[in-house]
Design a protein around this ligand. Structure first.
Ligand SMILES: Nc1ncnc2c1ncn2[C@@H]1O[C@H](COP(=O)(O)OP(=O)(O)OP(=O)(O)O)[C@@H](O)[C@H]1O
Length: 214
């Protein structure tokens, strides 16, 4: 599903991520690691938000720099700590992102219900709690028909009932549309009941497979 080759990422001349060769088969992959280990940098790089050196190939077909539009149509990302211009509402943002990602008919209504964003659809994000911001960011990351969805800390600040509905939705996307997911969490991801294809440890900018059961 995703093949990363010779990737290095530096901030101001300091290398913080080195991924010589990594292949992630289709499925749900969990990335764990301490603060500052490089998880968010890896996710933001794979999402196409950061310049880097190397190659990232989706489905053996779409390379992030050679096919930027086709790649970005297929890869969605939710930030760990989302922030939006304070005067915008979910209606504004969903309208904009939904159009860009070509959200299919009926999808927005289903997601509004699933994540409970319908309760604050026309409220400006400047007035949101952290959980409300998280729900909106998850909704935006699920718009369109992505092949890969990156969720950085989806559990943080999300209430238990919404988290359960989110994981049911993820299971459904896996089963029906073969969508892959990369997740990070500082909480015990095994409690979600998701069937993990791979667990990866990130330490000092290096990613290694975890072989023992988590
Ligand atoms: N914009 C930036 N400019 C400079 N250095 C950065 C920047 N963003 C991250 N870093 C550095 O890159 C390294 C990896 O940070 P990253 O945010 O990827 O870690 P993380 O594993 O997601 O951490 P956490 O679990 O705390 O979210 C850290 O050393 C951090 O200081």
């Amino acid at each position: 599903m995703l093949t990363v080759s010779n990737l290095t990422k530096a901030y101001n001349g300091r290398t913080v991520l080195t991924v010589p060769a990594l292949h992630l088969p289709s499925g749900i992959h969990y990335f764990r690691g301490g603060n500052g280990s490089g998880k968010t940098t890896f996710f933001r790089t794979v999402a196409g938000l950061l310049p880097f050196s190397g190659e990232i190939l989706l489905d053996n077909q779409f390379e992030i720099n050679r096919d930027p539009v086709a790649y970005r149509m297929r890869v969605n990302y939710a930030e760990a700590e989302p922030l939006y211009p304070s005067f915008l509402t979910p209606r504004d943002l969903v309208g904009f992102v939904g159009k860009a990602k070509q959200s299919p008919a009926g999808q927005v209504d289903t997601l509004l219900e699933t994540l409970g964003v319908n309760k604050f659809w026309t409220q400006t994000t400047g007035t949101f709690s952290s959980g409300m911001l998280k729900k909106l960011s998850l909704l935006l990351a699920l718009l369109g028909t992505p092949q890969l969805v990156l969720l950085d800390e989806p559990l943080t600040t999300l209430d238990i009932a919404t988290a359960a509905r989110l994981f049911d939705y993820i299971r459904q996307l896996r089963a029906e549309q073969n969508v892959s997911f990369l997740l990070t969490s500082h909480q015990d991801i095994s409690l979600t009941g998701l069937d993990l294809t791979g667990t990866w440890q990130v330490g000092e900018g290096v990613i290694t497979a975890v072989t023992e059961q988590v």
